[in-house]
Design a protein around this ligand. Structure first.
Ligand code: C2E
Ligand code: MG
Ligand code: MG
Ligand code: MG
Length: 276
């Protein structure tokens, strides 16, 4: 919503403004100082190869420790940052911090970083990525950027142009939350993604729903025929892991393998075999 727009005006002055609107407004203001005040941190969640049972990489997930509200979820504040423009600075901070930290890890594991739709449409994004790689010394092949379909659909030509320049740097590109947007097949057809991440909702439903299991199988078949590895998000149980292994899924990520944590060394992977 544009600054000074009618709706913002109404939102600001309405005396009966509800709690959630008040909260959004508060967060939008506080976001501007959050990085400078050291309130943001990155956590890392392991991704597991189901072929070798090794850690294949980590996804960087931002956390905001608000001085009064406690931990605020990125699902709540990223949309606000996108709306008020803070996402540019915040997104660059995320990228730099994740690359800096990963460059110091004991093992050269891959690091997956989420990009917002707004960042993807920023013409300078490929230059920013290149600059951060040079600054931090992280090898481009260790960096993977996660993008949602929705991000691409909003301006396909610009998004794909940016993605091609980023891929030309040697950086990997993953499609995140696959199956929740629309026009998925068209997007896959238009750009050589290095990975498909099946949205966690399908795995969470898979225990109860044959439909969800059928969709997981279909996405795995799609990945195989396009020769794109598939990672399943949201693995919480052995039953879900068994399903993925049985159906030939390449990689998985979820609480079963480890919650997002401060540093890779702080994450203790379970010793059970994926094929159990
Ligand atoms: P996402 O990229 O799809 O990230 C996966 C989310 O699933 C994360 O939530 C993660 O903590 C959660 N998750 C992982 N394993 C499990 C599991 O087994 N079960 C369940 N129920 N959830 C699991 P989180 O960290 O709250 O992030 C939510 C979303 O916020 C992310 O979805 C991503 O879209 C966005 N986000 C997070 N960090 C960043 C960031 O640094 N930059 C941008 N632009 N977006 C971010
Ligand atoms: Mg992600
Ligand atoms: Mg996801
Ligand atoms: Mg998501």
């Amino acid at each position: 919503r544009a600054k000074g727009s009618l709706s913002e005006h109404i939102c600001y002055y309405e005396p009966g403004m509800d709690e959630s609107a008040r909260m959004r407004r508060q967060l939008a203001n506080d976001l501007r100082q959050a990085v400078a005040r050291g309130e943001m941190t990155m956590l890392y969640q392991p991704q597991r190869s189901l072929k070798t049972n090794d850690v294949s990489g980590y996804e960087a997930l931002i956390r905001w420790r608000h001085p009064r509200l406690g931990v605020v979820s990125p699902a709540d504040f990223i949309p606000i940052a996108e709306e008020n423009g803070e996402i540019m600075r915040l997104g660059e901070w995320v990228l730099r911090t994740a690359c800096q930290e990963a460059a110091r890890w004991p093992r050269p594991d891959r690091i997956a970083v989420n990009l917002s739709a707004v960042q993807l449409l920023q013409p300078e994004l490929p230059d920013i990525v290149m600059r951060i790689l040079l600054e931090t010394g992280l090898s481009p092949s260790r960096l993977e950027l996660e993008i949602t379909e929705t991000a691409i659909i909003s301006d396909k030509v610009r998004a794909l142009h940016s993605l091609r320049r980023i891929k030309a740097l040697g950086v990997l590109v993953a499609m995140d939350d696959f199956g929740t947007g629309y026009s998925s097949l068209d997007t896959l057809h238009s750009f050589p993604f290095d990975k498909i991440k099946i949205d966690k909702s399908f795995l969470l439903e898979s225990d109860r729903s044959e439909q969800a299991r059928a969709i997981i199988r279909a996405v795995l078949a799609l990945g195989r025929s396009l020769a794109i590895p598939v990672l399943a998000e949201g693995v919480e149980t052995q039953t879900q892991l068994d399903l993925l292994v049985r159906e030939g899924c390449d990689e998985a990520q979820g609480y079963y393998f480890g919650r997002p944590a401060q540093a890779p060394s702080a994450i203790a992977p379970p010793s059970t075999s994926a094929a159990a």
